[in-house]
Design a protein around this ligand. Structure first.
Ligand SMILES: NC(=O)c1ccc[n+]([C@@H]2O[C@H](COP(=O)([O-])OP(=O)(O)OC[C@H]3O[C@@H](n4cnc5c(N)ncnc54)[C@H](O)[C@@H]3O)[C@@H](O)[C@H]2O)c1
Length: 239
């Protein structure tokens, strides 16, 4: 499959770590130009890279950071929203404060909204693509994940609404199950190393993102791609 991403102008948020970093590396390996946006310092990357520091919850800093990358590249072809947080995972509902709930939605939902809002004027109306990180947690849950699941369900709905609002720009999201990244290590620890527990790599998610960013998926729009090894397809029926 030819992705034809060489020379494309790409902006990835949350690109200093985990899935965002794997996406940035994968786009660079295809010859794309990559804007690396994070609130944390990003590692050195080989290729045509513009690095910007911004907090995705801060509209002024997002407007400036997106504008800086798009200005340097002369526009944007692809935007990928990976910045996200998981906490307070494992906290009982009764102990979860409204402030914690709101802080998580600010990063995982408002951050994606601000990214697309400020990238939209720069996105190519002929073939532009947005890929947002949702999660299988938009569809399934475990105890203590109410704020995170609510935020990822909102990203799926945001994706569908944005695909209607941005003519000529495809907007899709990916919904991976557990991915071995610093976020998942912090939340789950050694569970990730149990052979019976299906865990994907950040590079697996990057493959899904690059497909949705490329013209190979030109007919796919407003979709949530659930990648969970088929676990959620299994009925609870004991057979
Ligand atoms: N790891 C998993 O199991 C998993 C599964 C499904 C979906 N996801 C989603 O994938 C995305 C990436 O997660 P990851 O596992 O790579 O996590 P990670 O912690 O390794 O990376 C997240 C990055 O986002 C950045 N970030 C966080 N808040 C920010 C803010 N306010 N402004 C700017 N940057 C900010 C962090 O600095 C970090 O570099 C998240 O949206 C996460 O919810 C992760």
């Amino acid at each position: 499959m030819r992705l034809d991403l060489a020379g494309k102008a790409v902006l990835v948020t949350g690109a200093a770590s985990g899935i965002g970093l794997a996406c940035a590396r994968a786009f660079l390996a295809e010859g794309a130009r990559v804007g690396v946006l994070d609130r944390a310092p990003a590692p050195e990357l080989d290729g045509d890279v513009v690095t910007v520091r911004a907090d995705v919850t801060d509209e002024a800093s997002m407007a400036a950071a997106v504008g800086e990358v798009a200005g340097r590249f002369g526009g944007l072809d692809v935007v990928v929203g990976c910045a996200g947080i998981s906490g307070p995972v494992g906290t009982p509902l009764a102990d979860t404060t409204a402030a914690e709930f709101g802080a998580l939605l600010a990063v995982n939902v408002t951050g994606q909204f601000l990214l697309v809002k400020h990238a939209a004027p720069w996105l190519s109306a002929a073939g532009g693509a947005v890929v947002l990180l949702a999660s299988d947690s938009a569809f399934t849950s475990a105890p203590g994940m109410v704020p995170y699941c609510a935020s990822k369900g909102a990203v799926v709905a945001l994706t569908r609404a944005l695909s209607v609002d941005l003519p000529g720009v495809r907007v899709n999201c990916v919904c991976p199950s557990v991915v071995d990244t610093p976020m998942a290590r912090a939340d789950l620890g050694a569970v990730l190393d149990e052979p019976a527990f299906p865990v994907q790599a950040a590079e697996d998610v990057a493959c899904q993102v690059l497909y949705l960013a490329s013209a190979c998926s030109r007919t796919v729009n407003g979709q949530a791609v659930l990648a969970d090894f088929g676990v959620s397809a299994r009925s609870g029926f004991p057979a």
